[in-house]
Design a binder for this molecule. Structure first.
Ligand code: GLU
Length: 495
C-alpha cells in the first residue's frame, strides 16, 4: 500500500517540541515506507493566525533538515496546501452535508452561546436548539438578514466506533461527543473538523499520525467520513509528551519551542535524535541515530502506549555528545554567533579581531568536553578574552602552604610560562613535574597558584591549553599582576 501522511499545523504559535515530534514521526513513517509526506497549513483560525508563525515553521524544519514531498512552498498534485486557499471546497462539502440531512443551520448568537457556557459550564457545549427549528422560522430569520453557521447533526442514540493503530478499538457514545460542532462559520470559513476531514480525503492521506490531544475529535471525524461516504484513513494517536513531573509538557517545565532550544545552542541532530525517542523505541542499547538511520528503523509497531517524558538533562547529554563529535573548526563556527552575541570580544555584538578569532578556534579543545549547549561556551571562555580580576590572596594558597610559600611557587611557575605557551600537553606536563620536584612541591601545589593567576579561578578549563591561547606575553602579565597582589598582601617584613 502506498503511504501518504501529513503534518498539518495551525500557524497560531511557534513550533514546539510536540509539533516537531508529530512532524518527525510522520516524516520518518513516510520515508520508512517509501511514501509521501505532506505539509498542510491549517490556517482557518484567522484571529490567531500570524504570518510570523508560518515563517517560524519553514525556518524550523529547514534547520532540522526535515523536508516534505508536497506542501505550500513546493506545490504538488493536491495544491493548494493552505486551507484559506481552499474555501470553495469546504463550502461545497458543507452544503453536501446539509443537503443530505447531516448538518443544519444554527442562528444562535455568540451572546446566547456565551450564556449557555456560563450556565452549563464550558465543557457541556451547545444545547442543539436550532436542530429542531422549523423551516418557517429558518426562512424568517434568514429573511431578517441573520447569517447562520452550519453544525454537524450528530446521530443520537448511537455509539461511534473507530480503531486507533496504537490504542486499539475506541467506542464513544455519540451523546458524549462535542454536541453538534460547527462545521462552517458565518464568515464562510470552515472549522478544523470539516477542513481537516475534507483535506485528508482529497489529498489521499492514508495515515493520520497526530498528538493524543486530538483523540476526542476523532469520533467526530469518523462521523463525518461516514456522512460523506468516504473511507477514513488509519488513525494513530501518538503518546503524550510529559514534563519531568508527569504533567503535560508546558512552559512551566522550561523551554518548549524549538526556537528556544536553538537559541540555547542545541544542535539539530541532537534535538532530532532525542525527540525521535519520545514515545518510540528502536534498538536495545543504541542511543545515537542519524535521521537516515531513524527512517530505516521507524515503524508504527515501535511506538509506545505509555506517555513519554521529556528529560531536559538527557537532551543536554545528547547535545554534549554531538558537540564532542565536531572538529575545532566546526565547533568554532557553530559557537561563534553565540560568542559575538554574548560580547566575548568586547561589547555585545562586537565581531572578533583576527587574533581573537584565532584564539577562539584554539580554545575549542578546552571546552569541547565541558559544554552541553553552544550557548554555554562563551562564558566558559571569557577568562581568555577579558582580563579576569585578580582574586584575593587566600584563593592562591594551596593546602598546607602559606603566603610566602605560595609566592615562591608562583615565581617557580612563572619561569615555565614561555615554554608552556609553545609545548604540547605531554611536554608541559613533564616540564612542570620536573619543576615541582626541584622546588620540593607536589605537582598540584605548583599548578594551583599558576592556575588562579592565569584564569582567575581555582577551577578552570585545562591550564596548558589556556596558556597556549593566551600566548606568553598576556600569560606573563597575568602572573605578574598576581605576584604584585600577593606580595602586597604580605605584611611589612619584620626587622
Ligand atoms: N491543525 C491541527 C493542529 O494544529 C491538526 C491536527 C491533526 O493532525 O489533525 O495540530
Amino acid at each position: 500500500m502506498k503511504i501518504k501522511d501529513r503534518y498539518a499545523p495551525s500557524p497560531t504559535g511557534l513550533q514546539h517540541i510536540g509539533g516537531m515530534r508529530t512532524a518527525l514521526f510522520n516524516y520518518l513513517f513516510a520515508v520508512s515506507r517509501g511514501g509521501t509526506f505532506v505539509l498542510r497549513l491549517e490556517d482557518t483560525d484567522r484571529a490567531r493566525f500570524d504570518r510570523r508563525f508560518v515563517e517560524n515553521l519553514y525556518d524550523t524544519f529547514e534547520w532540522l533538515g526535515i523536508r516534505w514531498d508536497e506542501g505550500p512552498d513546493i506545490g504538488g498534485p493536491s495544491a493548494p496546501y493552505v486551507q484559506s486557499e481552499r474555501l470553495g471546497l469546504y463550502e461545497t462539502h458543507a452544503r453536501r452535508l446539509h443537503d443530505s440531512g447531516n448538518a443544519y443551520e444554527c442562528f444562535c448568537s455568540t451572546g446566547r452561546l456565551a450564556e449557555l457556557r456560563e450556565a452549563r459550564g464550558a465543557e457541556s457545549g451547545y444545547d442543539r436548539r436550532c436542530r429542531t427549528m422549523t423551516e418557517a422560522e429558518r426562512a424568517e430569520r434568514k429573511g431578517r438578514g441573520e447569517v447562520p453557521v452550519l453544525r454537524l447533526k450528530i446521530p443520537l442514540g448511537e455509539t461511534t466506533v473507530f480503531s486507533d493503530r496504537l490504542l486499539g478499538t475506541i467506542a464513544w457514545k455519540n451523546e458524549d461527543i462535542n454536541p453538534d460542532p460547527v462545521l462552517l462559520k458565518s464568515d464562510r470559513f470552515p472549522t478544523y473538523h470539516l477542513a481537516n476531514v475534507v483535506d485528508d480525503h482529497f489529498m489521499g492521506i492514508t495515515h493520520v499520525l497526530r498528538a493524543q490531544e486530538w483523540l476526542a475529535s476523532t469520533p467526530l471525524h469518523a462521523i463525518l467520513y461516514r456522512a460523506f461516504g468516504w473511507e477514513p484513513p488509519e488513525f494513530c494517536h501518538l503518546p503524550m509528551v510529559m514534563g519531568p513531573d508527569g504533567k503535560k509538557l508546558s512552559k512551566r517545565h522550561g523551554a518548549t519551542s524549538v526556537d528556544e532550544f536553538r537559541r540555547l545552542g542545541c544542535l539539530p541532530e541532537a534535538l532530532l535524535n532525542y525527540v525521535a525517542l519520545l514515545g518510540c523505541s528502536y534498538e536495545e542499547g543504541k542511543a545515537f541515530y542519524t535521521l537516515a538511520e531513524l527512517a530505516e528503523r521507524f515503524s508504527l509497531d515501535r511506538l509506545n502506549k505509555a506517555p513519554a517524558v521529556f528529560d531536559y538533562k538527557k537532551l543536554a547529554w545528547y547535545n554534549g555528545h554531538y558537540l564532542r563529535g565536531k572538529s575545532d573548526a566546526e565547533l568554532a563556527a557553530l559557537a561563534m554567533p553565540y560568542a559575538v552575541e554574548q560580547g566575548l570580544f568586547g561589547a555585545e555584538g562586537a565581531a572578533p579581531s583576527e587574533s581573537q578569532r584565532a584564539g577562539f578556534l584554539g580554545a575549542m579543545p578546552l571546552i569541547r568536553e565541558r559544554a552541553s549547549f553552544l550557548g554555554e561556551i562563551p562564558d566558559k571562555l571569557r577568562y581568555l578574552f577579558a582580563e579576569p580580576g585578580v582574586p584575593e590572596a587566600g584563593e592562591f594558597i594551596p593546602k598546607k602552604a602559606d603566603l610566602d610559600r605560595t609566592i615562591a611557587l608562583l615565581e617557580a611557575g612563572r619561569a615555565f610560562v614561555p615554554e608552556l605557551a609553545v609545548l604540547s600537553d605531554a611536554e608541559c606536563e613533564a616540564l612542570v613535574k620536573t619543576g615541582a620536584e626541584r622546588v620540593g612541591a607536589k605537582l598540584g601545589d605548583l599548578m594551583m597558584p599558576l592556575r588562579v593567576a592565569l584564569t582567575g579561578s581555582r577551577v578552570s578549563p585545562p591550564l596548558f591549553g589556556s596558556v597556549r591561547v593566551l600566548g606568553p606575553d598576556r600569560a606573563l602579565a597575568r602572573v605578574d599582576r598576581a605576584l604584585e597582589k600577593l606580595r602586597s598582601s604580605c605584611g611589612p617584613s619584620s626587622p
